[in-house]
Structure formats: structure tokens, C-alpha cells
Design a protein around this ligand. Structure first.
Ligand code: AMP
Length: 284
């Protein structure tokens, strides 16, 4: 596996590979890799000739300084996992490399409601920072295909919009969420859960499953609101869980649905023992 720290060198290298007709798949991450990340690498390897993974903990997408400081760093293990998974190129830029002195975000995109609701409401500035780094990385790597997880549901909708608005020649492929045996969505943040919090964390996915089970039977807007309330009251039983939101939304627009005939997704964010987790489930 080749390792690059310089954007310029990586761009030049990839340009040469593309000139030879090779297809490039790209998996951007913030490291602390787990099976969820590795499933993206595996799919990229099947779909493209060469796979590039980036590891960059992007400071501009953290609205909470403590969350940034506590973000796990397991770079040596990540490197080993990527070699084992057959990743071809690893890009690990420094903060200065991605944000040189005097840098300003001139490529800002207005995503409207899509970036204002849910995570946008609870993590001000998060999506601006995320879109900024994804756009920069896409310009450096210029992949044919970009592999992202449905785990970060709102993120992949916004990246699809970014690709459309910037008219990039990259196809976004969004892949399903990898879960632990009990249902907890895999996340780099899970390592920060103590054993008591880990036990409660599974209730996020349990609440989503409960909602999914009920949505099949209800088609009205009133019915959907009642189901959402049932999910919330189920979670209220767990004192260690601090729910930020649990919402049923239109799976494309994230708007409040008018009926159960629309394509629906349930999304949740909650804090458990000081660790903020998100999860979601497509409902129909
Ligand atoms: P992160 O390192 O958390 O920024 O995630 C990097 C990529 O991996 C994003 O596209 C995530 O959506 C994806 N990802 C994170 N967790 C999972 C998971 N449990 N299953 C599938 N993909 C995931």
C-alpha cells in the first residue's frame, strides 16, 4: 500500500493511473477503522481497479472541541487493517496540508433545508465543514466512484447534492450500515463507551426496529407521529440515554412526511455517557 501525505503528489500519481485507463474508488474516513469502513473498502475493490482510502480527522466539521480532542486515533492499527483489506493507496494529510495558512472556504455550497435540519440543527457548522473537506478530497483524488455509508444518512444525501451542484464526474455509492451482533451500529466513537453505556447504546437500534415494525401498518401522517412518539417513550425508560432527536422523515428530502406512502427513514441522535451516537433505518 502506497502512503501519501502530499495532495499534489497524490493527484499526480492518480492522474497517471487514470491515463492508463484504471478506475479509481475512494473511501474517505476519519480513521479508527472498523468493519463498517472495511466493508466500503471491500466494495470499492470489487467495483474499481484501485482503491484509495483517506484518514483525516477534519477539525472544521467538529462543532464540539472536546469531541474533536477525544476522537480516537489508531493510525498504526488502521494502516495494518487497510493492508490486510488490500487497499492500494492511503492518503494521510496533515491539517496544514488540507488548510494552508490563510485558507478561506471559497467553495461553500448552500444545501438549504437538507443541511439545516436534524444534524444541521444540533451540530451547527458541521455540514459546512464536512462538505468543505469532502470537496477538497474529491478534487485531490478525482475518483470514478466514492463509497460512503448510509450510517451517516444525512451526510450521504448532502454529498450527493455536492457532487450534483459542483458537477463532479464521481458516482456516489452509499452502502448499508454494518452492525454489531446485538444491532448497535458500528462507529469509531463506540470505543469511548464504558460497559454500562455500551449496554444502553443498543437501544438506539432497538427503537428504530420498533418503529420499522409499526410503520408497515400505518399509512397516515397522524399514525407516523404516533409511532415516532412510541419510539421516544420507549427510549425514555433508559435514564442514561439523552435523546437529541428521533424522527421519521422523507428518505430523499428529510422533510416531515405527509403519509406513509412516501419513502421513509427514521433517524436518531443521542448522548450516552458523554458520547454522541447517531443511527438510522430505512422503513419501507
Ligand atoms: P467516519 O470515519 O466515521 O467519518 O466514516 C467514514 C465512512 O464510513 C463514512 O462514509 C461513513 O458513513 C462510513 N461508516 C461509518 N460507520 C459505518 C458503518 N457502521 N457501516 C457502514 N459504513 C460506515
Amino acid at each position: 500500500m502506497l502512503i501519501f501525505e502530499s495532495s499534489k503528489k497524490l493527484t499526480a500519481h492518480i492522474k497517471a493511473l487514470k491515463a492508463n485507463g484504471l478506475t479509481i474508488g475512494f473511501v474517505p474516513t476519519m480513521g479508527a477503522l472498523h468493519e463498517g469502513h472495511l466493508s466500503l473498502i471491500k466494495t470499492s475493490k470489487k467495483a474499481c481497479k484501485l482503491t484509495v482510502c483517506s484518514i483525516f480527522v477534519n477539525p472544521t466539521q467538529f462543532n464540539d472541541k472536546k469531541d474533536f480532542e477525544k476522537y480516537p486515533n489508531t493510525i498504526e492499527n488502521d494502516r495494518k487493517l487497510l493492508i490486510k483489506a488490500g487497499c492500494d493507496i492511503l492518503f494521510i494529510p496533515s491539517v496544514i496540508e488540507m488548510y494552508p495558512k490563510g485558507f478561506t472556504n471559497r467553495s461553500r455550497v448552500n444545501f438549504g433545508f437538507l443541511a439545516q435540519t436534524l444534524e444541521g440543527e444540533h451540530r451547527p457548522g458541521h455540514f459546512d465543514g464536512m462538505a468543505q473537506i469532502v470537496y477538497k478530497l474529491l478534487r485531490v483524488v478525482a475518483p470514478h466512484k466514492l463509497f460512503m455509508g448510509l450510517k451517516d444518512y444525512q451526510q450521504q444525501l448532502i454529498v450527493a447534492e455536492l457532487i450534483r451542484k459542483k458537477k463532479l464526474a464521481t458516482k456516489l455509492v452509499a452502502l448499508e450500515t454494518k452492525r454489531e451482533k446485538d444491532g448497535l451500529a458500528m462507529s469509531s466513537r463506540n470505543v469511548r463507551l464504558d460497559s454500562k453505556s455500551r449496554k444502553v447504546a443498543v437501544e438506539l437500534s432497538t427503537a428504530l426496529k420498533l418503529i420499522k415494525g409499526k410503520v408497515i401498518k400505518s399509512k397516515t401522517q397522524k399514525g407516523l407521529v404516533e409511532i415516532q412518539e412510541k419510539g421516544l417513550s420507549y427510549l425514555k425508560k433508559f435514564k442514561a440515554l439523552e435523546v437529541e432527536y428521533l424522527e421519521i422523515r422523507n428518505a430523499k428530502t428529510l422533510k416531515v412526511p405527509a403519509s406513509g406512502r412516501e419513502k421513509l427513514v427514521a433517524l436518531i441522535a443521542a448522548k450516552i455517557g458523554g458520547v454522541r451516537l447517531i443511527d438510522n433505518m430505512l422503513l419501507n
